[in-house]
Design a protein around this ligand. Structure first.
Ligand SMILES: [Cu+2]
Length: 305
């Protein structure tokens, strides 16, 4: 009998381990790719454990008390008031628990907010419903490599995939873009965030980055990706009917690949021999449309004089 119980327990443990692994893959946090994301992951595990322990202790004590001290067993309710020891204990213990949770959490939040000394600064602008990226001139060694590079990043998932039920959904359904945000590995990237129309939010779970992009304001955040690869995120602020259609895709590459990519982007954006900027579907109008507007405004000023 004991052997059978042992085997059953072992089988249950194996089944539970398998279930836990599958559940983690499906419902758990994404595998952290930055130190901050790893800190957040550990904090989540630690705080969740504290909550579970408190839950088990409180409910265990409650059910045990109800069952063991019920009226049918002949128990009579005890009457005690103003017990100083009990009151001191139940004030101090929660205070210590909160302190134990707040100290590591605050340390991580302070680290998250420290956007100083970046290697590279990128301005990300939220639009209904796409992201615009601009590699700006600023502090850091890498500023000269990519400064001035700017582009829009649109959803690549086809409308058929979204609306036509007979079309199979791709592997990265609603998480694929035409122009990825490319960054070098192991470098501190500061992201300046703003929006053109309504509030959006820049969220890349694997980097532990989530920051609102607010029209008229600049907020900043940072990440330092530790491994090359492609990491996906989404707008995390309900921003209109196509809120779910503005993903963020970050491609982390080596320093050489980054320099090459930046050079290619700059070459593609350079004016052609005819002096007309190439059309790259740049609806943001940062290049051709905006400069045409500037020229028109200059002409107006000139003619009014
Ligand atoms: Cu949005």
């Amino acid at each position: 009998m004991n052997k059978i119980t042992g085997k059953a327990l072992a089988a249950a443990a194996v089944a539970w381990a398998g279930f836990a692994e599958a559940a983690t893959a499906k419902y758990g946090l994404q595998e952290p790719q930055t130190k901050i994301a790893a800190d957040i992951y550990d904090l989540h595990t630690f705080l969740f454990t504290v909550c579970v322990v408190i839950f088990v202790l409180v409910f265990g004590m409650m059910f045990w008390s109800i069952l063991k001290h019920r009226k049918s067993l002949g128990h009579k309710a005890a009457h005690f008031h103003e017990n100083t020891t009990v009151e001191v204990v139940w004030t101090i213990i929660p205070f210590l628990i909160l302190l134990g949770m707040a100290i590591p959490a605050t340390k991580t939040v302070v680290e998250m907010k420290d956007t100083s000394n970046p290697d590279l600064t990128i301005k990300a602008t939220g639009y209904q419903w796409k992201w615009g990226y601009e590699y700006i001139r600023g502090e850091g060694d890498l500023a000269g490599v990519s400064d001035g590079v700017h582009f829009l990043s649109n959803l690549k998932t086809t409308m058929d995939e979204i609306y036509d039920k007979s079309t199979p959904k791709g592997e990265n359904y609603l998480l694929d873009v035409d122009n990825e945000l490319v960054v070098p590995v192991g470098k501190k990237v500061r992201v300046l965030l703003t929006a053109e129309d309504v509030i959006h939010a820049f969220w890349v779970p694997a980097f532990g980055v989530k920051q609102d992009a607010i029209p008229g304001f600049i907020r900043d955040t940072w990440f330092k990706a530790e491994t090359t690869g492609i990491y996906r995120g989404q707008c995390a602020e309900l921003c209109g009917k196509e809120h779910g259609f503005m993903p963020i895709v970050v491609r982390v590459v080596s320093a050489e690949e980054f320099a090459q990519w930046a050079a290619d982007k700059k070459a593609a954006a350079a004016p052609t021999t005819t002096g007309v900027a190439p059309t790259g579907g740049d609806k943001m109008g940062d290049s051709s449309a905006r400069s045409a507007g500037i020229v028109a405004a200059a002409n107006l000023t000139a003619s009014s004089k």
